[in-house]
Design a protein around this ligand. Structure first.
Ligand SMILES: Cc1cc2nc3c(=O)[nH]c(=O)nc-3n(C[C@H](O)[C@H](O)[C@H](O)COP(=O)(O)OP(=O)(O)OC[C@H]3O[C@@H](n4cnc5c(N)ncnc54)[C@H](O)[C@@H]3O)c2cc1C
Length: 336
C-alpha cells in the first residue's frame, strides 16, 4: 500500500479549510498553513454565511444552483448548527417592481401574502404586503463554521499552522493554494471586489432567517446569528482598496436595516469591516493546475456556497477517484 499523500494547503479561509478537511477525510496527510495570526484572516471572516443558491442565481452565470446544491448537505454534516430556515426577499412599497423582477429572474421560491409572511416571520407583523420565500436555502455563522472545520481537520490528524506564509513546498507531494486575493500575482485575471459589512446586536428584532431587501441601487441583506447578533451586508465595489468602510456605505447598510425593522434603531454597533472577494472575470471560481500546485480561487460572492464543491474537485485531482477529470480544472497556461 502506498503511503498517504502529503498535501500542503496554503490559506485558512473557507476555501483552504474546506479543501483541507475534504483531503484529510479522503486519507491525505494535510498541513494547513495560514499567513495571518488566526484562521479566517481574510474575506471569509467577514462573510454573511448565506447558503442561498437560488437567490444568488439572480446575478450569477447559469448553472450556479446545480453546482452549489451538494454544498448545503456538506455544511449540514460538517457544521450541525447550519440553519435550514430558508431566505425571505422583501422590497419597500416604493420598490415593489423590484420584487416582481426578482421573482421572474429566480426559481425555488413561492410568493407570500402579508398573513403568510407574518406567520412565518412574526417580527415583520403588519410591515410588508408581500414577500418571496426560498425554503431550500440555509445559513451559518462563518465565525463558528471556520473553527469547526479546523477542529475537524485536527481530529483527522491534520496540522493547522498560523502566522506561516513561508512554508516551503519541498516536503509535500501536492500544494493547494487557497490564498484568496493574495494569489493575484500568479493567477492572471484574478481581481478583488470590495465588500463592506456591519455586525449589530439588536435584541428588539428577533428574525430567524436571512432577509434580503431589494433596492434598485443598493440591495442589502441581514443575516441572524446567535445572541441577537445580525450581520448586515454588503457593498459590492469594483475596487481593490482594503481600507476601513466608508461612511456612505455604512449609512446605506444601516438605513436599510432600519427600514427593514425599526428595532435596528436601538442596535449596538459591534463591528464594521471591509475585505476583498477574490473573483475572475466571469465571477465563477476555478481550480487551476500548475504542476504539483492546484489553485482554488475566484469564489467571489459564493465562497461558502461553493467551497465544498471545489474541495471535492481537488480531492479527485489529488487522490483520483473521479471517473473523469473535473470539468473546472484549468491548466495555468490556459489562464494567460
Ligand atoms: C462582506 C462579505 C460578505 C460575504 N457574504 C457571503 C455569503 O453570505 N455567502 C458566501 O458564500 N460568500 C460570501 N462572501 C464571499 C466569501 O467571503 C468569499 O468568496 C470567500 O471568503 C473567499 O474565500 P477564500 O478562502 O478564497 O479567501 P479568504 O477568505 O480571503 O482566505 C484566504 C486566506 O489566505 C491567507 N493567506 C494569504 N497569503 C497567504 C500565504 N502566503 N500563505 C498562507 N496563507 C495566506 C489569508 O490570510 C486568508 O486567511 C462574502 C464576502 C464579503 C467580503
Amino acid at each position: 500500500m502506498s503511503p498517504p499523500r502529503r498535501v500542503l494547503v496554503r490559506g485558512a479561509g473557507v476555501a483552504g479549510l474546506a479543501c483541507a478537511v475534504a483531503l484529510a477525510e479522503a486519507g491525505a496527510t494535510v498541513t494547513l498553513a495560514e499567513a495571518g495570526p488566526t484562521i479566517g484572516s481574510g474575506a471569509s471572516w467577514k462573510a454573511g454565511g448565506m447558503l442561498g443558491p437560488w437567490c444568488e442565481a439572480e446575478t450569477a452565470p447559469a448553472g450556479l444552483v446545480e453546482l452549489a446544491l451538494p454544498a448545503l448537505d456538506w455544511w449540514r454534516r460538517q457544521v450541525p448548527a447550519t440553519r435550514s430556515a430558508g431566505t425571505l426577499v422583501l422590497a419597500l412599497s416604493r420598490d415593489g417592481g423590484e420584487l416582481a423582477r426578482y421573482a421572474r429572474r429566480t426559481e425555488g421560491h413561492r410568493t407570500l401574502d402579508a398573513g403568510q409572511l407574518d406567520a412565518l416571520e412574526p417580527a415583520f407583523e403588519g410591515r410588508f404586503g408581500r414577500a418571496l420565500f426560498y425554503p431550500g436555502e440555509a445559513h451559518l455563522d462563518p465565525r463558528a463554521a471556520l473553527p469547526a472545520l479546523a477542529h475537524r481537520l485536527r481530529a483527522l490528524g491534520g496540522v493547522v499552522l498560523t502566522g506561516r506564509p513561508d512554508i516551503p513546498d519541498g516536503r509535500f507531494d501536492d500544494v493547494v493554494d487557497c490564498r484568496g486575493h493574495a494569489a493575484r500575482e500568479v493567477l492572471p485575471g484574478l481581481r478583488g471586489v470590495r465588500g463592506e459589512m456591519l455586525l449589530l446586536r439588536a435584541p428588539g428584532v428577533g428574525l430567524s432567517r436571512p432577509v434580503r431587501l431589494l433596492h434598485p441601487r443598493t440591495p442589502v441583506y441581514v443575516v441572524p446569528r446567535d445572541d441577537d447578533v445580525f450581520m448586515v451586508g454588503a457593498t459590492m465595489i469594483e475596487s481593490e482598496e482594503r481600507g476601513p468602510p466608508r461612511l456612505r456605505s455604512m449609512m446605506e447598510l444601516m438605513g436599510a436595516a432600519y427600514a427593514l425593522h425599526p428595532g435596528f434603531g436601538e442596535a449596538e454597533i459591534l463591528e464594521f469591516a471591509a475585505d476583498l472577494r477574490p473573483a475572475f472575470g466571469d465571477n465563477m471560481p476555478r481550480v487551476v493546475r500548475d504542476g504539483a500546485t492546484l489553485h482554488v480561487n475566484g469564489m467571489f460572492r459564493h465562497g461558502f456556497l461553493l467551497a465544498p464543491v471545489l474541495a471535492g474537485q481537488v480531492v479527485d485531482a489529488v487522490l483520483g477517484g473521479g471517473s473523469e477529470p473535473p470539468a473546472a480544472l484549468v491548466p495555468l497556461s490556459r489562464m494567460r
